[in-house]
Write a protein that binds this ligand. Structure first.
Ligand SMILES: NC(=O)c1ccc[n+]([C@@H]2O[C@H](COP(=O)([O-])OP(=O)(O)OC[C@H]3O[C@@H](n4cnc5c(N)ncnc54)[C@H](O)[C@@H]3O)[C@@H](O)[C@H]2O)c1
Length: 440
């Protein structure tokens, strides 16, 4: 099949590449010429394990191409995936300008039947808006070209995006045309050979499913974070509690870790957008989700508060090592990352920071341009030089079993603030390290 992917970011590039991997001919469009240039030169503009090799392989096979040419892209694919960003607007709602622009571009140039697929996370009702935008452009041109709009939200996780796309738990397709449903089934057949995982539903339900999924996961995290804060006060250990409840199959172990708050490009914005949609479009105050958001906003400051509780509110003259900038392991994405809040809390209190992250340091420089009090180290041990304590924010694998002797030798005093509960408090105490976890 011939597929156009509009928006070549985390979702667009992974989706386009995986669709090419199973034999489709894919053209990825982006408005950012710098991104397309990197791809054309054999690089990739994001960090995602395994993606670079897969991109190269499919480019070499002639199945994957990149362009900034809107007309060419609109004419190319019988299937047009919209995978552009939907960042939060000032009021928390999803900013739909990129989705609308993508839809209009299709309408301006299409000349035969298209299945237009919303893969971006979009509020309920967006398929109708996309349909209207395409129709307006067709009317302007004085032509009538048939098309169907489909909602196909994406559930991939950064860091495991290829695995998620190639072996999906489910493929949600919201559709009101049999022809489009058949095309979507055919397109996804190679990804579900051992059993059917495609869940066909109406478009509005598919749109809401994506927000419901992210909101549920965010709810579990905020719930555990609140319980962790309570466990600390009551002298309990949240890690024991986690195991105790996760063993109940009705609860399960996933997304049950207490930590320093969720971040990333999806949970914070999707929770906000659902709260906003509910309030403005339906007059409903989503009390649970409002609490999830408030709990998470507060949790991002727990590490900073622990540091200040130990060293005093004024951190003038103090220096800290910080391991982990990305919002989670295996990505360079720092959108709404907890590290940003921790760094700001420390700098505002007068401290200086040396950070280390295996892949996100270039990204961090965009978030903190010209910040002289924030430095970067070449490796994790190097970050410890002259630091009063180590603060761990991201659960990178290489942080899980560090050389504690080196940590003790490098730090001014052996103190670790661990925002991801990577270590056992008793063991660290035995090594003479003062250890602060979350909820322990
Ligand atoms: N990142 C994730 O893990 C993830 C997972 C599931 C769903 N989503 C959703 O998928 C969507 C895309 O997310 P992302 O993280 O890939 O975003 P991104 O910011 O990485 O990529 C979006 C790309 O779209 C491009 N773009 C914007 N307008 C365009 C236009 N009119 N034509 C062509 N290209 C255009 C941008 O230049 C950018 O490269 C969002 O709605 C997001 O919520 C993201």
């Amino acid at each position: 099949m011939k597929v156009t992917v509009i928006g070549t970011g985390y979702v667009g590039l992974v989706s386009g590449t995986c669709l090419a991997e199973v034999g489709n001919e894919v053209l990825c469009l982006d408005v950012d010429p710098a991104k397309i240039r990197i791809l054309e030169e054999g690089g990739i503009p994001i960090f995602e394990p395994g993606l670079q090799d897969m991109v190269r392989r499919n480019v070499a096979a002639g199945r994957l191409c990149f362009t900034t040419d809107v007309e060419k892209a609109a004419k190319y694919g019988a299937i047009q995936f919209i995978a552009v960003g939907t960042p939060p607007d000032e009021d928390g709602s999803a900013d739909m300008q990129y989705v609308t622009a993508a839809a209009r571009n299709i309408g301006r140039h299409m000349s035969d039947y298209k299945v237009i697929v919303n893969k971006s996370t979009v509020p309920v009702g967006t398929a109708d808006a996309v349909k209207a935008a395409v129709n307006e452009e067709l009317v302007k041109r004085g032509v009538s070209v048939p098309f169907s709009v489909v909602s196909n939200p994406e559930f991939l996780k950064e860091g495991a995006a290829i695995e998620d796309f190639m072996k999906p738990d489910r493929i949600v397709v919201g559709c009101e045309s049999e022809q489009a449903a058949h095309i979507m089934r055919t397109l996804y057949a190679p990804f579900q050979r051992n059993h059917d995982r495609l869940i066909l539903m109406d478009i509005r339900s598919a749109e809401l499913t994506k927000y419901a999924a992210n909101s549920m996961l965010a709810t579990r995290i905020s719930f555990m974070n609140e319980l962790a804060n309570l466990a600390e006060k009551l002298g309990a250990d949240i890690e024991h509690v986690r195991k105790g409840i996760g063993s109940d199959p009705r609860i399960g172990y996933d997304f049950l870790y207490a930590g320093a708050g969720y971040g990333g490009s999806c949970f914070p914005k999707d929770v906000k957008a659902l709260i906003k949609t509910a309030a403005t479009d339906a007059g409903i105050d989503l009390k649970v989700l409002n609490a999830v958001k408030a709990a998470n906003d507060a949790q991002k400051h727990v590490l900073g508060a622990k540091v200040k509780a130990h060293f005093g509110a004024n951190l003038e003259g103090r220096h800290f090592a910080l391991w982990g900038l990305a919002f989670k392991a295996n990505t360079d994405d720092m959108r709404e990352a907890t590290s940003c809040e921790v760094i700001k809390d420390l700098l505002e209190a007068g401290a200086t920071v040396t950070a280390y992250d295996p892949v996100a340091m270039a990204e961090a420089r965009h978030h903190f341009p010209d910040e002289k009090r924030l430095g970067y180290a070449e490796n994790q041990i190097g970050a410890l030089e002259n630091a009063d304590a180590l603060i761990i924010v991201t659960e990178w694998k290489e942080f899980r079993s560090p050389n504690f002797d080196s940590i003790k030798a490098k730090l001014k005093s052996p103190i670790i603030f661990d925002g991801r509960n990577l270590f056992e408090p008793v063991e660290l105490k035995g090594m003479g390290i003062t250890y602060f976890g979350i909820g322990r």
